[in-house]
Write a protein that binds this ligand. Structure first.
Ligand code: SAM
Length: 319
């Protein structure tokens, strides 16, 4: 008999502490996966806690929905990309929130699923779509992009020092149809999603990000550092001209990593890095922000109207 596939949540205790989960709190898990972190958040936020779970993979939503059946009155699960976090929160009037979690990358269920084309342990069609209803697969990109475009992708998103040599080889070998050559990295939307997440946090709300790749971690680290400073002028500028105001307070000065015992139990946790920051917001900003979001939800019948949201974004960034 084969056992059911599992995903072991990474840095679970550290994540719950970093989110400072409280009874009655409202939380967003932007990378629901198998619901491992979500279950712990729901248990700790009981009674009265609420959780919005997002995943781009419909299969993950299906698995998590079955697992979380006992919590159905406290959860809202949506099959969306976290880059649309703001619009999702406005649609469901789920804001402000006490904590937002991003546990980036792929779950063990996805990596172990041969048919999804993520694994480089088994050979399978080169697919790599989180949502199988999307039209473009990794094979389409690999087989139709120019050599220069592929080299740029590998260098920028894979931090690959030999991008030109590898790309040259790929182009010679085309068409490429299976997974063994390449790995999917989803970086493009991360910075945008993190900025939106900050705007959705209420007083002292916590933003917690677990990353598994140095480029992802750099995006998180640089954003948290920049947003925790009152001035981001270059050192050569004698007097501040940027007008930037800190909207985050760093909670862990040093990155949190798994213990040797966790790595031994779950080798996939070995590259994990957890960063946490807390929202800084004044009473005035808080009420203005939530009222504007609420207004946006009403005038849009739930969905965002881009022009209005753009105006709100300009307002927030000017605060
Ligand atoms: C590492 S797993 C999360 C595991 C989860 N924390 C648990 O303990 O069960 C990451 C999940 O994020 C999802 N994901 C990755 N990028 C996404 C994106 N841009 N938008 C929404 N979900 C995404 C993947 O489909 C995957 O299910």
């Amino acid at each position: 008999m084969t056992s059911a596939p599992t995903h072991i949540p990474v840095l679970l205790k550290e994540t719950i502490e970093a989110l400072a989960v409280q009874p009655g709190g409202r939380y967003i898990d932007c990378t629901l996966g198998a619901g491992g972190h979500t279950v712990a958040i729901l248990d700790r936020s009981s009674p009265g806690g609420q959780l919005l779970g997002i995943d781009a993979d419909p299969e993950a939503i299906k698995i998590a929905r079955a697992r979380l059946e006992a919590y159905s009155s406290s959860i809202l699960l949506v099959n969306e990309n976290f880059v649309d976090l703001e619009a999702i929160c406005i649609k469901y009037d789920f804001l402000p929130v006490h904590g937002i979690l991003f546990d980036l990358g792929l779950s063990s269920l996805q990596l172990n699923s041969r048919g999804r084309g993520f694994s480089f342990q088994h050979d399978a069609p080169l697919d790599m779509r989180l949502n199988p209803s999307q039209e473009i697969t990794a094979a389409d990109i690999i087989n139709t992009s120019s050599e220069a475009e592929l080299a740029h992708l590998l260098k920028t998103y894979g931090e690959e020092g030999y991008s030109h040599q590898i790309t040259h080889r790929i182009v010679q070998e085309r068409p490429i149809k299976t997974t063994l050559q390449l790995v999917n990295h989803e970086f493009e939307n991360l910075e945008a999603a993190l900025k939106r997440a900050i705007n959705l946090l209420g007083f002292d709300g916590r933003l917690v990000v677990i990353s598994y790749h140095s480029l992802e971690d750099r995006i998180v680290k640089q954003l948290m550092q920049r947003e925790s400073k009152d001035c981001i002028c270059p050192p050569s500028v004698p007097t501040c001209v940027c007008g930037h105001r800190a909207c985050l307070r760093l909670i862990n000065k040093r990155v949190i990593t798994p213990s040797p015992a966790e790595v031994q139990l779950n080798p996939r946790s070995r590259s994990a890095k957890l960063r946490v920051a807390e929202r800084i917001i004044t009473h005035d900003e808080y009420y203005r922000t939530t009222e504007e979001y609420r207004f946006s939800a009403q005038v849009n019948g739930g969905w965002r109207r881009p022009a209005l949201l753009e105006k709100l974004r300009v307002t927030f960034s000017a605060l």
